[in-house]
Design a binder for this molecule. Structure first.
Ligand SMILES: *Cc1c(COP(=O)(O)O)cnc(C)c1O
Length: 366
């Protein structure tokens, strides 16, 4: 016996999201095959990173690209290069940044767990605005000689009261400060691969192991050529802050294969498939006593994709249902809602699993 079975690790049907904790996403056969091919001989890793980057830049209509070991690593590396640039003499200064531009500006509204990937570089995070919103003057007042970059997080944290992206970009441009976008889970739409940078972001960062269905430990840093070159010099196999964030040859080739595949997918057909599954769930759960199921849009990451929101009456407990689903055979993972409800997400399912999810839920809700 090999792999999960020999370890007693249970496979899980993922109706939650492209959650890193559950394995992110599943690599299609062509990605696995590309990685297998890549595993068969030695290459020069710097050369591969440069050439894969060139190809990815062309495919995504960006000036340059770097394959990181995940979006979080991309955030760390992007922060590092905004602080020291590609000055080789400063490559080993971390984490003592006293003499350098060591401030990163972020809206209070955008604070989230992933901003530690920025803070771990040793920078000071300068919060602007409040949880109720951010004003133009908040940003203008925070910018000074020590400002290295402005970070923009895209996803569930975005709210109408935030200082809009276009305005942040416009102000940053007049002050010559790079704007870095964490777009880790912002696919679909596929156009996001070039939209953020076309609108003026210096770098946009994506997870390779989520919607792209590349290797789980891969990510994409897209954008300005000078910053990408600096990222490469700070990262493995070079000795720098990114040396522990090693990217293997298999990951580089695997992510390229995943991206090439993703760009040729019929995204309209995929969107329709998600709508069909959500409708199938909503219909299947309708008429049950104490259960209301409806379409929710956009989803938890702000992606333009639907999911089913299932609301329970007091007869049921959300947490008990989640536990029962996870303890079942097969195990099923779903997302908790803020209230007494759950979300069912079609994006990470294998064909036919939507039926298994519905049958199991009907059995539990009896
Ligand atoms: C998932 C995610 C990340 C981290 O991506 P990895 O590829 O797992 O490192 C960072 N930021 C946001 C907003 C995310 O959703």
């Amino acid at each position: 016996m090999t792999g999960y079975k020999s370890l007693g690790v249970k496979p899980i049907i993922n109706a939650f999201a492209t959650l890193t904790r559950l394995g992110g996403s599943l690599m299609p056969p062509e990605v696995v095959q590309a990685m297998q091919e890549a595993s068969k001989c030695f290459i020069d890793l710097d050369e591969l990173q440069i050439k894969v980057g060139k190809r990815i830049a062309t495919l995504t209509h960006n000036e340059a690209a770097y394959v990181s070991s995940g979006a979080a690593a991309g955030l760390t590396l992007a922060t590092a290069v905004c602080v020291v640039g590609n000055d080789a003499t400063k490559r080993n200064v971390f984490p003592d940044l006293r003499e350098l531009k060591n401030e990163i500006i972020v809206q209070r509204l955008h604070r989230n767990g992933y901003d530690y990937a920025v803070r771990q570089v040793g920078v000071k995070l300068i919060e602007i605005g409040t949880e109720h919103g951010t004003q133009r003057d908040d940003l203008l007042g925070a910018i000074n000689m020590k400002t290295a970059a402005i970070f923009w997080f895209q996803g569930a944290m975005n709210q109408p009261s935030e200082l809009p992206f276009q305005e942040v970009i416009a102000i940053a441009k007049t002050k010559n400060i790079p704007v870095i976008v964490d777009a880790a889970a912002q696919l679909p739409p596929v156009s996001n691969l070039w939209n953020f940078t076309k609108m003026g972001a210096a770098l946009a960062i994506f997870s390779g192991g989520k919607e792209l269905c590349g290797p789980q430990s891969s990510g994409l840093v897209l954008g300005r050529a000078d910053l990408i070159e600096a990222v490469r010099l700070h990262a493995s196999p070079n000795q720098g802050i990114g040396r522990p964030m090693k990217v293997g040859k298999e990951e580089m080739i695997g992510l390229l294969a995943a991206l090439e595949r993703y760009l040729t997918l019929d995204h309209e057909a995929r969107a329709q498939k998600f709508e069909d599954i959500v409708l199938f769930w909503n219909k299947g759960l309708s008429g049950l006593d104490g259960v209301v199921a409806c379409r929710d849009f956009p989803n938890e990451a702000g992606q333009p994709a639907p999911r089913t929101y299932v609301k329970f009456s007091d007869r049921f407990s959300r947490d008990v249902i989640i536990k029962q689903l996870l303890a079942g055979e097969p195990a099923i993972a779903v997302a908790p809602a803020d209230d007494n409800g759950i979300y069912l997400n079609p994006m990470t399912l294998q064909d036919g699993e939507e039926r298994v999810v519905l049958e199991k839920l009907l059995e539990i809700l009896g």
